[in-house]
Design a protein. Structure first.
Ligand code: ATP
Length: 246
């Protein structure tokens, strides 16, 4: 599998503390990857670096077939390059319908004000319908986003990210606060999404990670401690020691 994202030798310190320590890892095209690890392992900081929120002190973040270095690029440019990030808390427009939320999120070269004040294009409706079907909210299009369940809001936000057509989706702890049925829907959704784009999921819930059935990277003290199938990494004595055995 050729790498879509290649993080190479990145380090970052906060007030002398090395949160990321010579970290290297690669994500393939259309790969589903789970990242696990104890609190403070550097999972959030890793995503902050990839999305341009935090600049590493050293190392490179190479993107795409032209190996563009994302280090030093601002967040908006990285998002436009094709990296979408889903934070833990959903940030949908609660007073708008599901349909309106998706319309607002559609990539539009005319800029944000044009999006707000212009008429909808005919092709947008088809795209909104396709995204709603993909995230399992086709029946909910006329509902206000504020009326959705927690899980449905998370799926809507994923749909809003899909409207930007990312090649890589970073998803932070999707299972948190979800019912068992919502978790099941979410694992199926993430697996389906990874058929067409790369998806990286940071998650603590091991049952959820097991159902993703993908390659797993264990971070510890800002670097990769183990990588492979879930069974492989969870039988690693060091992983048991620092993460599972506690
Ligand atoms: N802006 C910051 N300033 C100072 N220290 C920070 C900053 N961001 C992260 N850290 C520290 O860097 C380390 C890594 O944090 P990070 O949030 O990336 O871990 P994590 O693996 O996401 O943990 P969790 O599972 O708890 O979310 C922690 O010790 C954290 O306190």
């Amino acid at each position: 599998m050729s790498a879509l994202l290649e993080v190479s030798g990145i380090s970052v310190s906060f007030d002398g503390f090395r949160a990321i320590n010579d970290l290297s890892l690669a994500i393939g095209e259309r790969e589903l990857r789970a990242i696990i690890g104890p609190n403070g392992a550097g999972k959030t900081t890793f995503m902050d670096i990839v999305t341009g929120k935090t600049r590493p002190d050293s190392g490179r973040v190479l993107w795409g077939e032209h190996f563009i270095d994302l280090v030093g690029m601002d967040e908006a440019r990285i998002a436009r390059a094709g990296i979408g990030r889903k934070f833990q808390r959903p940030t949908v427009f609660e007073a708008q319908t599901v349909e309106e939320n998706l319309h607002l999120a559609l990539r539009n070269p005319r800029g944000p004000f044009a999006v707000l004040f212009s008429r909808r294009r005919p092709e947008d409706a088809a795209r909104v319908a396709a995204i709603a079907t993909e995230i399992g909210l086709a029946e909910e299009l006329p509902r206000l986003a504020g009326e959705l369940s927690h899980g449905q809001k998370q799926w809507l936000e994923i749909g809003m990210l899909l409207a930007q057509e990312p090649r890589l989706l970073l998803v932070d702890e999707p299972a948190a606060g979800m019912t068992p049925a919502e978790r099941e829907h979410t694992t199926a959704l993430l697996r389906r999404l990874a058929e067409h784009r790369a998806v990286v999921v940071v998650e603590h819930d091991m049952e959820f990670v097991r159902r993703l059935d993908c390659r797993v990277t264990v971070l510890h003290e800002g670097r990769v401690l183990a990588e492979g199938s879930l069974d492989h990494v969870t039988s690693n004595p060091e992983v048991i020691d620092v993460y599972l055995g506690r």
